[in-house]
Design a protein around this ligand. Structure first.
Ligand code: NAD
Ligand code: LMR
Length: 320
């Protein structure tokens, strides 16, 4: 059986980490693409030289021309710029929208059958624009944010309770901004819902509230520490989980930015919701029944995403 082809558009911090993880997991042969000459080639060679040590078989190459992504099965997009301290993700909209236009054209021409995972920020608006620019079907174009936000939520809970991360299941929905929606009622530790843990005295309400707030601001916390860019290890791991579910038809239920067509009362917008990812891309969207407070939080988050999508339409009238 021929190996799968994974194309990484953007070979910066996340792109390089994606290539390394995809190699270690033997997901397929890997093409790194970037406008910066030498970077994708250098990272491809460096990772290839690690393969005898770690014992993985994958061909790695670097390129500066879109023809290199031809026939890719999976494309992960990180091209663009990250934020620096003092900036919001939304400040990246204008510059990264231009990048999405170029990337979308490249995908349309060379890899129209790929499953595309967008990571570039501001995530929900960028994946919305990328789907339009590329013209690929909506079930094949998704955004990575919810897996990362949920992983942060899970990690903070496991740390507070001094238990294994493996036994913490938690989900964060909505847009990838500070008003994202960590779902407390639907999250469990050892199968016990978080509100019950509070009732049982295992976690204080104050601590839980602080964890929710820290999750919402998780991206900014790393930006403030790194100073030169944003998180890349956990974002790369999160996108690889999505790619693996597609390539291996695992049918995992993951929170991803997906295009809605009536679910949650929304049509055409991209926002983080639980979906099944299998060989057909987004195979199903789960519609969670929210209580009044959750409904209000989700609506606020969606309103932020809608504002960014409107801004995209103003900048690029072809998207309207
Ligand atoms: N969705 C999420 O959860 C999440 C998490 C972390 C980072 N991000 C976002 O991912 C993006 C990438 O982050 P990073 O840390 O890898 O940044 P980075 O600066 O390390 O890498 C970005 C790369 O994109 C390349 N690039 C710029 N314009 C390009 C173009 N037109 N075509 C091809 N390549 C181009 C740059 O040369 C650079 O190598 C940022 O927008 C960041 O905000 C999103
Ligand atoms: O916060 C950022 O700018 C990067 C990313 O969206 C993150 O959540 O780590």
């Amino acid at each position: 059986m021929a190996r799968k082809k994974i194309a990484l558009i953007g070979s910066g911090q996340i792109g390089g980490t994606l290539a390394h993880l995809a190699g270690l997991k033997e997901l397929g042969d890997i093409v790194l693409f970037d406008i910066a000459e030498g970077i994708p080639q250098g990272k491809a060679l460096d990772i290839a030289e690690s393969s005898p040590v770690d014992g993985f078989d994958a061909k790695l190459s670097g390129a500066n021309g879109y023809e290199a992504i031809a026939g890719a099965d999976v494309i992960i997009v990180t091209a663009g710029v990250p934020r620096k301290p003092g900036m919001s993700r939304d400040d990246l909209l204008s510059i990264n929208l231009g990048v999405m236009e170029q990337v979308g054209a490249g995908i349309k021409q060379y890899a129209p059958n790929a499953f595309v995972i967008c990571i570039t920020n501001p995530l929900d608006a960028m994946v919305w624009a990328l789907q339009k620019f590329s013209g690929l079907p909506a079930n094949k174009v998704v955004g990575m944010a919810g897996v990362l936000d949920s992983a942060r939520f899970r990690y903070f809970l496991a740390e507070a309770l001094n238990v294994s991360v493996k036994d913490v299941h938690a989900m964060t929905l909505g847009g990838h901004g500070d008003d994202m929606v960590p779902l407390v009622r639907h999250s469990t530790v050892g199968g016990i819902p978080l509100p019950d843990l509070v009732k049982m005295g295992l976690l204080s309400q104050e601590k839980l509230d602080a964890i929710v707030e820290r999750t919402r601001k998780g991206g900014g916390e790393i930006v403030a520490l790194l100073k030169t860019g944003s998180a890349f290890y956990a974002p790369a791991a999160s996108a690889i989980a999505m790619a693996e579910s597609y390539l291996k038809d695992q049918k995992r239920i993951l929170p991803v930015a997906a295009q809605l067509s009536g679910q949650y009362g929304l049509d055409g917008t991209y926002v983080g919701v639980p979906v099944v990812i299998g060989e057909n891309g987004v195979e199903r969207i789960f519609e969670i029944e929210f209580d009044e407070a959750e409904k209000a939080m989700f609506a606020k988050s969606v309103a932020s995403v809608s504002g960014l999508i409107e801004a995209c339409k103003q900048i690029k009238p072809s998207l309207a």
